[in-house]
Design a protein around this ligand. Sequence first.
Ligand code: NAG
Ligand code: NAG
Ligand code: NAG
Length: 400
Amino acid sequence: MEYDNDENTWRRPSTPKMDNSKCHPIPKRSTTVAVIVLGLAVLSCLLGYCVLSESLPYESKTLRLVIILFRHGARTPTHTYKSDPYKNYQWPDGLGSLTNTGKLQLYELGKKYRSYYANFIPEEYYEKDVYIRSSDASRCLMSAYTFLAGLYPPTERQMWHPEMSWQPIPVHSLPRQLDNVVAATKSCKLWSAMYNEVKAEVDAQPKFSELFDYLTKHTNQSMRSVLNVDFLYSSLLIQRETGLKLPEWTKNVFPNKMRLPFMLSLALLSYNETLQRLQVGPLLNEIKQNFDKSVSHENIDRSLYLYSGHDVNVVSLWRALGFQELLEPEYGASIALELHEEVEQDNFFVKAFYRNNTKIEVPMELKLTFCSDPCPYTEFKHHLEKLIPTDWEAECQNDV
Ligand SMILES: *[C@@H]1O[C@H](CO)[C@@H](O)[C@H](O)[C@H]1NC(C)=O
Ligand SMILES: *[C@@H]1O[C@H](CO)[C@@H](O)[C@H](O)[C@H]1NC(C)=O
Ligand SMILES: *[C@@H]1O[C@H](CO)[C@@H](O)[C@H](O)[C@H]1NC(C)=O
């Protein structure tokens, strides 16, 4: 039997850690200089400089739990089209796979979150602290792994191989056909029927007919739906990023005229509240349960939940949080939800943030329209509950 009694081996520090090394390193060469520098350091620390230079000075004392959903990094195309000059292009690692750029993006994002939450997420990886779920798609799993490599480089104690500054961290996933939480690919009859209905309505909008005609003509295949445009848009985007010269005809429509139908296509999966219930309800349920366990102090160890998914998953959560604005999530775009506790008031509240891509230094705070500001957890929870099915299978009418 494995001895697994770690009850008393770890405690979260009760006060945020001050990383003194970041604040005025002291030169070793001369003691005189050292004394002066130290004096200045102490002085500036007294003046608040040390606190200001912290990466997360803001309300870190109230932070209790962070939940992050991100999109995978740069990938190769999943689709081609009939007249595609690059139909037979040999993409390294095949179609729909994470590229080296994509690996780096998520690694960078992990590092960004590490420094952003430096005072909150313990430096040393510890199983109790964090739980990671991913879509079962290889590019999402791999994105999760590189994110974790950036978030949790091994500490000295955790180094297990002299050449590898990396440690294994588990990433959980359900097979595609069973996953209604992260990728939301588990089949749901009612959802499919409704999705097809709203898609047909959008596809029939006269404003798109000219574009559809144009694309159908030039791709030499039927392009009569925003979903077709979605796949084409993504493929052209990747070809352009790869440095491939796009055909002349694309210049009239790509990216500008194709962007709206592309974003609409992503939004359709969670277009109205019924679709949201079926599409993101199970994820919202997990989010609620995670927050609940923290609020009730049932789980005080866990500080972080990570979800590694796709563009549509980011959009669905975005829409479920009440945002109507159409979104084009870039690679590594992420939504972060924070649970805060005001101990004196015995009050919990929620903050939401969006990072458009992996380069953003400071995430953009989102104003939750369904909630007061700051957003009390009770109000946040009330909103989630409206979108959480009590019996997902039954609501999906999967058994009829
Ligand atoms: C379009 O498709 C037809 C039949 O599939 C084919 O004969 C024709 O060569 C194609 N044209 C182009 C420009 O790819
Ligand atoms: C969402 O759209 C579907 C399909 O058109 C429709 O059946 C359903 O009633 C809509 N739900 C809401 C809340 O409008
Ligand atoms: C980031 O996303 C927000 C919300 O969609 C948008 O207002 C902002 O312009 C974006 N910033 C960049 C640099 O794309």
